[in-house]
Design a binder for this molecule. Structure first.
Ligand SMILES: *Cc1c(COP(=O)(O)O)cnc(C)c1O
Ligand code: SF4
Length: 455
């Protein structure tokens, strides 16, 4: 199948940009300078043609979202402004007040315990041979559903943050830690977003990491390819730095790759294809990590389209994340059952290496697990129980489905503290019994296989 990606002058639908030429729109400096960071400006950009209730709803969204507004003109113009209430891009970057739901009672600011599992500042070391490094807290766009809303972007009405820009001096303890931990081979450079690191910093960071003998693989995690492809096409200094790091890695027999973050097929256009042609042409491997989101990509049609189109432009769909249990995101979350059904439907629709693994990154730092690998799930009450023997032996982790998706009589129980406590306690007791029975069976039947004590 051949895809003809969108190549029209879609930004001209925004009155403020009706005279912007293709060349201007394609320039990374123009994109940065015209990024939308103030909701108050939006009405003017449309010459007052947007309905007043939509503007009010956008403003109300700002009171509730834990994230700042920052949207590249590219994404802002791809929003279908004639149908905003159904638009997957608007929902992600400019959420409406009317979309929000109360937080789940068990939501957590640092749901993944990234700060708990941090041996030195900016570094999370949870798995034996790979680490997560957060060199900056700024991004070229801010996603309302960000799992790191506790630290990414600036302070909002609902969240106080200590934002940090990139500062090489602050990176030294992390480098030192990596030099002293030869078991670490793999560094995920995330944030924040590596797209916001200056060319000189990309080079310093990439080369310093590659020079550590035990580091074999680095990944720049960036949403940039998805929301700001113009930078790849026109920021020559930045591309030169990336190319240098990539070449150095290859010359050392190591790997430097990009992990990007497309969540909706509406983010893919001819610009994405051209940017990918450039990255692919220089031998850069690009993989994708999407977040499963209600009304964005949780239908078979949307997910299938996303997977097929990413594959077409040489981006490997790597992960789809079950939404983390962070604040301000209840309207984005889906149930584990839904995610499992989506997984069964989508598997096999294209090459296995382009099939994303749907994973749940377990609350309280259990790490990533395939979505169907819970050991017990009561879908009716929306609680699943999981184990992560490699990461935290012996601990049981729980994921809670969004309450709004449960039956009304179950929702009533969740909304009554006494009934809720009883329901959760009963579930945990049942899960413990199931776990014991499984362990006993495995001990008896699999006693020589070496996996008996594991999940
Ligand atoms: C996701 C993550 C990694 C990388 O895991 P992969 O499964 O290799 O993509 C490393 N460290 C932490 C803390 C993570 O959350
Ligand atoms: S780009 Fe990534 S880190 Fe930045 S706001 Fe979006 S999800 Fe969060």
């Amino acid at each position: 199948m051949n895809y003809e990606f969108r190549d029209d002058e879609f930004w001209k639908q925004i009155p403020a940009w009706k005279d912007v030429t293709r060349e201007e729109f394609g320039d990374h400096k123009w994109q940065l300078k015209n990024s939308v960071t103030k909701v108050a400006k939006i009405a003017d950009m449309f010459d007052g043609t947007l309905p007043a209730e939509l503007i009010a709803d956008i403003e109300e969204g700002q009171v509730q979202t834990p994230m700042n507004v920052r949207i590249t003109p590219y994404i802002f113009a791809l929003i279908d402004w004639s149908n905003p209430y159904k638009d997957p891009l608007l929902k992600q970057f400019l959420p409406l007040g009317s979309q929000f739901l109360p937080n789940h009672p068990y939501h957590m600011d640092d749901s993944l315990h990234e700060d708990v599992d941090s041996p030195v500042p900016l570094l999370t070391h949870r798995y034996p041979d790979k680490v997560l490094f957060l060199p900056t807290t700024v991004c070229p766009v801010y996603c309302s559903y960000c799992t790191r809303s506790r630290l990414v972007g600036g302070t909002t009405d609902t969240k106080n943050k200590e934002t940090y820009g990139a500062n090489v001096k602050n990176w030294e303890p992390a480098f030192e830690y990596l030099r002293n931990h030869p078991e670490v081979e793999d560094v995920v450079i995330s944030g924040g977003d590596a797209f916001m690191l200056k060319a000189s910093l990309i080079k310093i960071l990439g080369e310093t990491l590659l020079d550590i003998p035990n580091i074999r693989r680095i990944r720049f995690a960036t949403k940039g390819v998805a929301i700001f492809p113009q930078k790849i096409l026109t920021d020559e200094d930045w591309m030169e730095a990336l190319t240098d790091v990539h070449k150095k890695a290859v010359s050392m027999g190591k790997a430097a790759v990009i992990h990007t973050h497309f969540s909706s097929p509406n983010e893919i256009t001819k610009w994405s294809q051209l940017a990918m042609d450039r990255l692919h042409g220089m031998g850069m491997i690009v993989r994708n990590q999407a977040v499963l989101q209600e009304g964005v990509n949780n239908s078979y049609e949307e997910m299938h389209k996303l997977v097929k189109q990413l594959s077409y432009i040489n981006i490997q769909p790597y992960y789809v994340y079950q939404h983390d249990m962070v604040p301000g995101c209840e309207h984005f979350r889906t149930t584990v059952g839904e995610a499992c059904r989506l997984e069964s439907k989508i598997r096999g629709t294209t090459a296995g290496f382009n099939m994303p693994l749907i994973i749940c990154d377990l609350p309280e730092g259990g790490g990533k697990r395939p979505i169907h690998s819970y050991f017990y799930y009561d879908e009716e009450i929306g609680i699943s129980a999981w184990r992560a023997p490699l990461v935290k032996e012996g601990k049981v982790f729980y994921y809670y489905d969004p309450i709004v998706k449960l039956k009304p009589e179950i929702q009533d129980k969740w909304n009554d503290e006494t009934l809720r406590d009883q329901m959760v306690e009963d579930f945990k007791k049942k899960a413990a019994e199931v776990m014991e029975a499984k362990d006993a069976y495995e001990k008896e039947v699999l006693k020589d296989s070496g996996v008996a004590e594991q999940a």
